[in-house]
Design a protein around this ligand. Sequence first.
Ligand SMILES: NC(=O)c1ccc[n+]([C@@H]2O[C@H](COP(=O)([O-])OP(=O)(O)OC[C@H]3O[C@@H](n4cnc5c(N)ncnc54)[C@H](OP(=O)(O)O)[C@@H]3O)[C@@H](O)[C@H]2O)c1
Length: 249
Amino acid sequence: MERLNGKIALITGGVSGIGLATARLFHEQGARLAVTGRDRDSLSRAQEEFGNDVLVARSDAGKLSEIESLIGQVKERFGRLDVLFVNAAIAKPAPFVFVTEEQFDETVGINLKGVFFTIQKALPLFTHGGSIIVTTSIANQMGSPNFSVYSASKAALRSLVQTLGLELIAKGIRINAISPGPISTPMFDRFGLPDDMVQGIKGEIERKSPIKRFGTPTEVAKAALFLATDESSYIVGDELVIDGGMSLL
Ligand SMILES: NC(=O)c1ccc[n+]([C@@H]2O[C@H](COP(=O)([O-])OP(=O)(O)OC[C@H]3O[C@@H](n4cnc5c(N)ncnc54)[C@H](OP(=O)(O)O)[C@@H]3O)[C@@H](O)[C@H]2O)c1
């Protein structure tokens, strides 16, 4: 049985990591899809993999004009939306005292402002209710040294999902969050740190993790699928933690 047959879904940051795994799963489950990213190589690989039925759009999630243009493309191609997975984000580690205004604005611009306005601009396309899923992080409830801006942006999203849970349910739209712990994706390679340091960080996370491993992007995608379908029909404004027990420590 295809669980998203006839549904139309937009996934931001859908050409890498968790977003790509979710795009693959949604596609397998019969959804008609639009996915976004910025990196041209990742976008071309996704277009090649999914074929022309999927709208693969280059769109900067931190720029309002590009969000508006993306929503216009989705409207023109599909006419409406049933599922929105707002997943694009960046994470750049830096000790608190060294964070510049530029770094602060970039992270908050993509991770918070971008998510806020993607949801706002996409709302008119939800003509028959639907499901919105926001990727937060367990960093929103744990202290995460060197990730002050990232963690604060994700905590703000947790709050946004609670407020919008109440505002949007009257329109038949459920919004929920997915909160991943450490997941094996290219995110760690984008930290801008030397490879041996990244390997060291990953090893330390594995040792600390109750389940003794990273999660896979597919393990998160399955949770997104659950929240996208009516199987989660009574879940509103909540956050599903997928972290192998990490946030229990
Ligand atoms: N991996 C983890 O351990 C972990 C843990 C907790 C939460 N998360 C969250 O999970 C989500 C997915 O991350 P991931 O781990 O799958 O990392 P990833 O592989 O780096 O994927 C991030 C995606 O977001 C896109 N993106 C970033 N900035 C963008 C922008 N300005 N405009 C459009 N797209 C943008 C990237 O595309 P381009 O590179 O093409 O711009 C990429 O497709 C993020 O919200 C992240 O915060 C991840």
